[in-house]
Design a protein around this ligand. Structure first.
Ligand SMILES: Cc1ncc(COP(=O)(O)O)c(C=O)c1O
Length: 407
């Protein structure tokens, strides 16, 4: 400004017009959609007396011994960084816990502690997705995977799962979809948004074929304890011979109602963990320290709290299945895990339009199927992470409203 004034001989500085700087985002940002869940929740936040069947996190309280361990860690001054791979006590606890659960020999070097399964998935996908590499995922799918793949130039190949098949994954369809560009498959069982739990035969067939073809498997097993009908949970850790092409990802968020404490992990071969560990140092450095102490208490404490929570979710699952059956225009099935039902409206009905009108006219907030994929636009995701009383109250509103609809 002073220079400009000098040049023109003016005593007052001349006003120079500056262009407003525009944020210049990396074009990869375009791969990140506006989440369908947000759209609904934002609208619900402007309304009164809303019943949320849109919730994607546990509503049950975190068990007290876990909270105590968190507070004790804070009081003991555990507020610094941990080792980059994670708190040594937690690595040992996870090694022992998984070793016992799946009768599998692991070492601490097979494990990396992350800020939730979200960071673990971020590390796995963004360290490997690139142009020319295809990732197979289901449609519908948890909304994190496809944007992360596409942001890094990877290609997404969808395998539809269908309501008439209880959204089970057909392993033959998966194998037929594998080609020369296929780099990885992301498995998510129990599944968000469908609640489908894949049986051992499905997981074993896919794991075997991937090992044969050198295809990576990223298994998102965050709901691995929320299983209602089958004790034999088919983790990839149980179905694979070695870990060379496997990343098993989970967290404390759902099993122990610790979503906000942000601790998850990746289990894989030592070579993979070594590489991811370096990347992790450049993303979040380490997971939250007192939360990792809370995680040790969760794994080494009495597991009755988990069994109690599963019993509660099972009762709610049975309730929502019964209520969906009584609802005109909705066709359901029995989800085997997680806390989601994914019933369908008649074909060609726009689930988004129904979810929005239903929210406005009944005050029940659901998430439309198009938030999770292309082939399930006539579906609604209903979360049963809420009490049976709230579920009944919600359906007391939904059932008469649906009865009036002329689809
Ligand atoms: C399938 C799935 N994977 C991962 C996550 C994220 O879990 P975390 O809280 O461990 O980051 C969620 C959370 O809703 C989920 O549903």
């Amino acid at each position: 400004m002073a220079e400009a004034a000098k040049d023109t001989g003016q005593t007052q500085p001349r006003k120079v017009k500056y262009r407003k700087a525009k944020a210049s985002w990396n074009p990869a940002m375009q791969a990140i959609p506006v989440p369908g869940i947000r759209r609904m929740v934002n609208m619900a936040s402007t309304m009164k007396d809303v019943i949320h069947l849109s919730i994607g996190q546990p509503d049950l309280p975190t068990p007290k011994h876990i909270i105590d361990a968190y507070v004790d860690a804070l009081n003991a001054g555990q507020t610094g960084y941990t080792m980059d791979a994670g708190l040594p006590e937690l690595l040992v606890a996870l090694r022992d816990y998984y070793g016992k659960r799946y009768n599998r020999k692991l070492t601490r070097d097979n494990i990396l502690i992350t800020s939730g399964a979200t960071e673990a998935m971020y590390l796995a996908i963004t360290s490997t997705a690139q142009p020319g590499r295809q990732f197979i995922i289901t449609d519908p799918t948890f909304l994190l995977y496809a944007p992360l793949i596409r942001m890094n130039g990877g290609e997404v190949k969808y395998i539809p799962t269908r309501p008439e098949n209880d959204h089970q994954l057909d392993p033959d369809e998966v194998i037929r979809a594998m080609g020369s560009r296929t780099y990885a498959i992301i498995l998510n069982s129990p599944n968000n948004p469908t609640g489908a739990v894949y049986p051992r035969s499905t997981v074993e067939t896919i794991v075997e074929e991937c090992a044969y073809r050198g295809i990576q498997i990223y298994a998102d097993e965050v709901y691995d304890h929320l299983i209602f009908d089958d004790d034999d949970y088919a983790s990839v850790l149980k179905c694979s011979v070695d870990l060379d092409n496997i990343m098993c990802i989970s967290s404390f968020s759902k099993t122990f109602s610790m979503a906000g404490l942000r601790v998850g992990w990746v289990i894989s071969s030592q070579a993979t963990i070594k590489s991811l560990r370096r990347y992790h140092m450049f993303t979040t450095s380490v997971a939250n320290t007192p939360s990792q102490f809370a995680g040790v208490a969760a794994l080494t404490g009495d597991q009755q709290c988990v069994r109690d929570m599963v019993d509660i979710y099972r009762e709610r699952r049975d309730k929502i299945v019964e209520l969906i059956d009584q609802t005109p225009h909705l066709t359901g099935y029995k989800p085997g895990g997680a806390f989601f039902a994914f019933p369908t409206l008649p074909p060609h009905v726009d689930g988004s339009d129904v979810a929005l009108r239903m929210l406005k006219e009944t005050g029940v907030c659901t998430v439309p199927g198009d938030a999770f994929g292309e082939h399930t636009q006539n579906a609604l995701r209903l979360s049963f992470s809420t009490t049976c009383e709230k579920l009944e109250e919600a359906f007391d509103r939904i059932i008469p409203w649906m009865a009036k609809q002329q689809f």
